[in-house]
Design a protein around this ligand. Sequence first.
Ligand code: MTE
Length: 339
Amino acid sequence: MLLINKKKSSALGSEITPKKVYQERRRFIKQSAWLAAAGAGLVLSGCSQEGCAVSEPIDKKTDRPKQGVKEQLQAKKGKYGAAESLTPYEDVTTYNNFYEFGTGKGDPARNAHTLITDPWSVVIEGEVAKPGRYNLEDILKPHTMEERIYRLRCVEAWSMVIPWIGIPLADILKQFEPTSRARYVEFTTLYDPEQMSGQRARFGALDWPYVEALRIDEAMNPLTLMATGLYGEVLPNQNGAPFRLVVPWKYGFKSIKSIVKIRLTEQKPATTWESSAPQEYGFYANVNPEVDHPRWSQKNERRLPGTLLSPNRIETHMFNGYEEEVAHLYKGMDLSKYY
Ligand code: MTE
């Protein structure tokens, strides 16, 4: 994000960087053991209530699973694949916005190792029948993870295609039984300056903690995902571990990272970027090539990776290409006013 005054996929990740991704998948499966140990219902592939030992044997010569993980990920991919090539793992995990760890694109990858993601709990409060503080594994337990390949379009006009692992937000919210008064869902990132170096800065980039929100119908839309992994591994810290939102038809700043609180409300919550610069960043933040940012056009985007000489510019599509799935949510609204 730029500050003002304050100063559809043909290839899976495994086909791009096979060894690394396979190794990471194995790490993911290992790390997922804590879920299983807590009695978790199945996560990815080899994990079950009995454990995450993965039924498929590792081929000692190639150091790859003989079968299974990749196939099961593909099986779970369903209709949410994107037609474009994936952005390589390297770019997804080293070109980030996570101001809690610094404002440079490389800062999160450099600094986010200080974030402790296990144990992790999430407070659920407001308009729900079952409020409380829940361990993340208990929130995830009843659900099956799936892989979804989504485009991520940042308001700064760059974009990526990322294979997320996660659970639809609607399924998670239903667990806590929203009341009929719930009209919005607010999300809050961890506030802990000891773990998050960017929150220690004297002239902080933003007011902490980072807060985002959705209308309840946006939150319940089947596209809206709570991610716990990407490229078949647990989320790297710089990408918002251990639990982040992914709303693919909105500018990336809505996809809040490292969430510790979910609050359902009757009133529209105040959100971080809208509060910080309301004339530049709206509550809705739907990707819209017809509504420019006051300081730059939103008609095009740089699809990463690119270079200075070859920036890989492509056209931006309404709702980031997810018009069919979400346009009905905004019927009759003037999207130049509700940007
Ligand atoms: N969440 C928190 N807590 N802090 C942030 O600075 N940046 C947002 C969003 N979520 C941000 C955040 C922005 S501007 C973008 S574009 C996406 O995260 C980037 O996600 P990525 O780094 O995983 O690509």
